[in-house]
Design a protein around this ligand. Structure first.
Ligand code: ADP
Ligand code: MG
Length: 341
């Protein structure tokens, strides 16, 4: 007997019950979660922020190397990252899934294990969703709802000349992590006896498979009395995100090559693949760090934060958006976000 249960055995309602029975609700603003025609929320004098992201098998993830638990976690984390980038706190999520026929009950349970873990870590309630079948691959779409005090939301459009440009964590690792996973997949296809070689690559692979939203930084900025003037999360690579801030704020920017935060393992791996580490940082994507600008007066407040790098400054729009090297030469930035099509 197989240890896997086909979806047909449970049916749609059985599956939803399985999901619902393991859900814990944490927020007083959640009046009614899963189980009715719609969820009911009761926000407390806050502004509400909403963001959605859709992940498609074969486009955004590859189930040959992405464990379902990680995928569930990542689907939530990338949405929480968008809420964080608004300077808001996530409160609820909904999850829509389209499942191929080969999916089993155990597989859905594993996916939701990751979703539940993310709900716990980011303190959000899963309040609903939709379940359908898919003739292509797995589709998972998450909508995150968050709250922010009136006037505290941070848009992409608020950067001002002479603001400092800051970024959290390090960049480029998720991209080189993906190169490792693709390489190991090809090796496995060529020889299924092969075990993947991931030793010494745990960090970069982890950055690809299980990113974290930087809610920690949002809380710390608040504690330090820092309110960014503009903010965006780094999902498509630093270059493209900085260009978004600059075009929406109608400003220019100069960032300094030497100030870009890079992890040792990312640098090593980039070398192995003959990739320019600066390209990985600028155009890699999926880092889910926060890129934000602060007034110059906040310099002392950000400079000693171990997880924030000051990478440049906002200039007048006429100066353009540039990457400068040690010799003072500046090169205009190219947007090169992820191409899905
Ligand atoms: P309807 O027919 O009104 O769309 P459903 O049977 O699809 O109702 O959903 C019943 C309840 O289960 C609703 O509260 C819905 O939000 C929730 N739900 C359905 N699918 C999911 C899912 N994949 N994840 C979480 N909640 C779900
Ligand atoms: Mg439905």
């Amino acid at each position: 007997m197989s240890e896997f249960t086909p979806l047909s055995e449970l049916g749609e309602f059985g599956l939803i019950k399985l999901i619902k029975d393991k859900i814990e609700l944490r927020h007083p603003s959640t009046v009614k979660g899963i189980g009715d025609d719609a969820a009911v929320l009761e926000p407390q004098e806050k502004q509400i922020v909403v963001s959605s992201d859709m992940l498609l098998e074969g486009v955004h993830f590859d189930l040959t190397f992405c464990p379902l638990k990680h995928l569930g976690y990542k689907a939530v984390a990338v949405n929480v990252s968008d809420i964080a980038a608004m300077n808001a706190k996530p409160t609820q999520i909904t999850v829509n899934i389209a499942l191929g026929a080969r999916f089993t009950v155990e597989a859905v349970d594993e996916l939701y294990e990751g979703i539940r873990l993310a709900c716990e870590n980011y303190n959000v309630d899963l309040i609903g969703g939709d379940t359908t079948s898919s003739r292509a691959g797995l589709v998972i779409s998450v909508t995150a709802i968050g709250e922010v005090a009136k006037g505290e939301a941070v848009l992409r459009s608020g950067a001002k000349e002479n603001n400092l440009i800051c970024v959290t964590g390090d960049l480029g690792a998720a991209y080189v992590g993906l190169q490792i996973l693709e390489r190991e997949k090809q090796a496995f296809i060529a020889n299924p006896e092969m075990q993947p070689e991931l030793e010494g690559k745990e960090y970069v692979v982890g950055r690809q498979l299980r990113p974290e939203a930087r809610m920690d930084v949002i809380h710390e900025l608040k504690e330090r009395g820092i309110k960014p003037t503009a903010m965006i999360d780094v999902s498509d690579g630093l270059a493209s995100e900085l260009l978004h801030i600059c075009s929406q704020s109608k400003v220019g920017a100069t960032i300094y090559k030497d100030n870009l935060p890079a992890d040792e393992q990312m640098l090593e791996t980039a070398m192995e693949f003959n990739l320019d580490p600066i390209t990985c940082i600028m155009n890699g994507g999926e880092d889910y760090e926060l890129l934000f600008t602060v007034p110059l007066e906040d310099y002392d407040k950000v400079k000693n934060h171990p997880d924030i790098s000051i990478i440049g400054k906002i200039t007048d729009a006429s100066e353009g958006v540039n990457l400068a090297n040690k010799q003072g030469q500046a090169f205009p930035l190219q947007a090169q976000g992820w191409v899905h099509f």
